[in-house]
Design a protein around this ligand. Structure first.
Ligand SMILES: [Zn+2]
Length: 352
């Protein structure tokens, strides 16, 4: 009788999405067409209009995205959820309700995110305060200079709420150039002054991503000394953090999806394996070690950020393939996803 050999299987760590916006997503619904946007304010206005026009609830859309991501091996997420005059705290309730329906499958940490501005959108400070008592876990912030025009005022508000609620901090920082580097340093200094270190994250950090030479080395050393996290999403034409360089200098770097098929972008699949592929592509990965590093940034690093402990024997993803580097390139559907030894997904679909 001819011998049959089982196809090779690659066993990998659970994926972690360190930055996603489930309340904005059209996932599971009809195709969403988008208006062109150029400025950050254009994007925000598009987003408010789009969310107001959705006929499906935040809970339905978030749950659809969560089920897809978990089926593809995402174990945990940090979800940035809008809080502000357009939606109050309703999106936090919707995302929390969706997360509750997947308890034991997907861990969801919610950032109360002042998308429209914290100081500049009236009432948002009080809404963030309320959100942190009603299901949000982390205090968000956004462009203290570029959007708000008051770096100290913005950071006072964010870190004040964090102290009041015992919450972590995660600030969107799109601001580039010296202004962005200066704000990164001021956030790092606040983290140190408050004794928060790795409980503070700068998301996107485009200024750090675009820095080169001595400027990059200098900011990397300051960020490493503070112990804060940087999160990149390897987006389109935006600068992407040089993950290997930063890690070698002791900087904590995790990766997320950002928006998934929302008003901001038609792209995104909810799969962090796809994101590892995009990160590899954007950072000119060449060797197996480069590709494995991208996978690690999309899995183990995010677990550390979210303080999730996993056991390699019970928490794992099984992919068809020869090796992890090939998996990052081919992006196969996982054969099985296991959590605490239980099979939670097969062939990319949740079993319950
Ligand atoms: Zn974001």
């Amino acid at each position: 009788m001819p011998q049959t050999t089982a196809p090779p299987i690659v066993v990998a760590a659970p994926l972690v999405d360190a930055h996603i916006h489930p309340d904005k997503s059209s996932w599971g619904g009809p195709w969403l067409s988008r208006d062109r946007a150029d400025t950050l304010r254009d994007f925000i206005d598009n987003d408010v209009r789009t969310q107001a026009a959705y006929t499906r609830s935040v809970e339905d859309r978030a749950l659809a995205l969560f089920r897809t991501a978990a089926g593809q091996g995402t174990r945990a997420m940090r979800a940035h959820v809008d809080v502000g005059p357009a939606c109050g705290v309703a999106n936090v309730h919707g995302v929390r309700a969706a997360a509750d329906r997947l308890r034991g499958v997907l861990d969801v940490e919610i950032v109360a995110f002042p998308q429209q501005g914290l100081l500049t959108a009236p009432g948002t400070f009080d809404l963030l305060d309320a959100a942190l008592g009603e299901g949000a876990d982390v205090v968000g912030g956004i462009d203290p200079e570029g959007l708000e025009g008051d770096v100290d005022g913005h950071l006072d508000a964010v870190f004040g709420l964090a102290a009041k609620h015992g919450a972590d901090v995660d600030i969107h920082l799109h601001d580039g150039g010296d202004a962005g580097l200066d704000q990164t340093r001021r956030i790092a200094a606040r983290a140190t002054a408050e004794g928060m270190g790795p409980r503070v994250t700068v998301s996107h950090a485009f200024a750090v991503a675009a820095a080169t030479g001595d400027a990059l080395t200098s900011i990397a050393d300051d960020v490493a000394a503070a112990g804060i996290w940087l999160v990149t999403c390897a987006l389109g034409g935006d600068p992407v953090l040089p993950v290997r360089f930063l890690r070698e200098r002791g900087v904590n770097v995790a990766v997320g999806s950002d928006g998934v098929r929302d008003a901001w972008t038609p792209f995104g699949s909810g799969s962090m394996l796809d994101r590892a592929h995009l990160l590899s592509y954007r950072t000119d990965a060449m060797t197996d070690a480069d590709l494995e590093l991208a996978y690690d940034a999309c899995s183990t690093a995010g677990a550390k950020l979210l303080r999730i402990t996993t056991d390699p024997s019970g928490d794992r993803i099984e992919y068809p393939g020869e090796c992890l580097a090939q998996v990052v390139i081919d992006r196969p559907t996982p054969i099985r996803v296991l959590r605490d030894g239980d099979e939670i997904a097969r062939d990319g679909v949740l079993v319950s």
